[in-house]
Design a protein around this ligand. Structure first.
Ligand code: CA
Length: 524
């Protein structure tokens, strides 16, 4: 067991005396349970921190008042990183608290999560918590470690999504974000109040193909969205990986499904009418004008922003509903509420959508934690934290031992506004999946407060990049070969080696882990 992080498991200063008493004398289990915090972990799929107003929203994309409330009443983490910026692998890392090479889930394509391994939901359940996951799971195998689970199959759909409830398929009518919220509130109502709960409310939104609630379609009144400065990036100053990717708004994003020139197949006739009333006249205007070149990319960018941010509006509204339920039932005072995303997302930066890269838009994710009486209200931490840290944070909050296998670190001190002197200053990152989707080459590296170092190593490349984000915040020009950075480069290379050893990375990366075939198909 991880003794150095367990020491404050029953955090002397913050947990009620009752718990301390319960440890030494016979106290009914229900009484102990009442003192441990409930855990509500709300996660979005692909919610970029650039689209959370609590993070400054430099492009004025959207207001997220309910998510911002968590920042105001809790701690906002400004540099939360994921270890493998891809849906399935990120989720496997979150629930196991381990890197992909430990939990075995490297890629969305072809991997299946081994549900027999240790996860925080299992450990919390063993410790007496009632556990549930409702929403998107996306780990191929059925959830394990839950008293109740109700998930969308695979990626799920936005409108009228069928779900799988404890193994049985159940039809639903309506919009996925509202349904997941309804089911979460229903489960909270039905739970056994004598036990603490741990609920994963894991949304599908705003994952591609970004379909907002029908009632929200006109939410932005056709406002134009300011494009990022790098929408027409030419990738000069960077290597083959950037030049040969396939995730561009200009060329990869499809006019039909992605940009809604065609309607999704899962709408009822009544819903289709509402959908057409919004999209049909706008699509007709587009087809009449037939923009090309940069004008076409700008049109696609604006349609993408409308659809993506419409999904965020639905998310924020529904998070508001859930928080209101906690308020009305009095649960808010003893519930740790976490809001995060499985990874970040490009919103047109470098001309891209999607994630995968070690770069900030992708590897960084929102993280807000509200826990009355423990997390400092309005606190802000710029320290490097990770979604890998959540498992250990939850276990410590519940007073449960942390297995040695876990590779993060409890956020408890940072929540209280304290920074341990040995807190991490560099974070190891490793992405594998290639070529599908988007042809982003496998790479690993480290991220520090100032620098990003990456090694692109497969299947037919072998080169490094280094970015100084203080002077080049958009990570546009690699200074790996710049002699002025020789010492920085040497230090960071050493750090990569140290972290690979510490994290038990295989000495040589197994190409099979990357999932790429012997013959790489041409661009999709
Ligand atoms: Ca995702």
């Amino acid at each position: 067991m991880k003794s150095k992080y367990r020491r404050t498991a029953f955090g002397v200063e913050n947990l009620p005396m009752l718990v301390m008493l319960a440890l030494s004398v016979a106290v009914p289990v229900s009484l102990i349970a009442a003192t441990r915090p409930n855990i509500l972990f709300i996660m979005a799929d692909d919610h970029a921190w650039q689209a959370v107003s609590a993070y400054g929203d430099a492009r004025h994309l959207i207001q997220t008042p309910n998510i911002d409330r968590l920042a105001r009443e809790g701690v906002r983490f400004d540099h939360c990183l994921v270890n493998n910026s891809l849906c399935g692998p990120a989720r496997a890392s979150i629930i196991t608290g381990t890197y992909s090479h430990i939990n075995g889930f490297y890629n969305n394509s072809g991997d299946r999560f081994d549900g027999s391994q240790s996860t925080f939901p299992k450990l919390l359940r063993q410790a007496g918590y009632q556990t549930a996951v409702i929403g998107k799971w996306h780990l191929e195998s059925d959830p394990t470690g839950f008293d109740h689970w109700e998930i969308v199959p695979e990626q799920g759909v936005y409108y009228n999504p069928p779900m799988i409830c404890d193994g049985q398929q159940v039809p639903h009518s309506g919009y996925v974000t509202e349904i997941i919220t309804d089911l979460s509130i229903d489960w909270l109502k039905k739970r056994d109040p004598a036990k603490p709960f741990m609920l994963l409310c894991w949304h599908k939104a705003p994952h591609r193909i970004w379909e907002p609630a029908l009632g929200d379609l006109d939410f932005d009144h056709d406002r134009p969205y300011p494009p990022p400065a790098t929408l027409f990036d030419d990738y000069a100053g960077r290597g083959r990986a950037e030049h040969e990717q396939d995730m561009m708004i200009a060329t990869t994003m499809r006019l039909n499904e992605d940009c809604k020139l065609t309607a999704p197949p899962d709408l009822s006739p009544g819903q289709r009418k509402i959908w057409d009333a919004y999209y049909a006249p706008r699509n007709a205007a587009f087809l009449e004008k037939k923009p090309t070149g940069k004008a076409l990319t700008e049109w696609k960018y604006n349609r993408f922003m409308h659809d993506y941010l419409g999904c965020i509006k639905g998310l924020d509204d529904n998070i508001g509903r859930l928080l209101k339920y906690l308020d009305e039932t009095g649960l808010a005072t003893n519930t740790m509420v976490v809001y995060s995303s499985d990874q970040g997302f490009f919103l047109g930066e470098h001309g891209w959508f999607d994630k995968r890269w070690i770069f900030q838009e992708s590897a960084r994710t929102p993280l807000l934690v509200r826990w009355p009486g423990v997390a400092k209200a309005g606190g802000v931490s710029g320290k490097i934290v990770s979604s890998l840290d959540l498992a250990e944070t939850f276990l410590q909050a519940a007073g449960t031992a942390v297995p040695d296998r876990m590779q993060g670190r409890s956020l408890m001190p940072l929540l209280k506004g304290e920074t341990p002197p040995d807190w991490r200053t560099a974070f190891y990152y490793h992405y594998y999946e290639y070529p599908a989707w988007h042809r982003v080459r496998p790479h690993y590296g480290v991220i520090t407060d100032r620098y990003t170092l990456a090694h692109f190593y497969a299947p037919d490349v072998d080169y490094w990049e280094l970015f100084d984000r203080k002077n080049d915040p958009e990570e546009m020009t690699s200074i790996f070969d710049n002699p002025a950075y020789a010492q920085v480069r040497a230090n960071l290379m050493q750090e990569v080696t140290r972290l690979r050893t510490e994290l038990k990375e295989p000495a040589k990366d197994d190409p099979k882990a990357c999932g790429y075939p012997a013959q790489i198909p041409p661009n999709l």
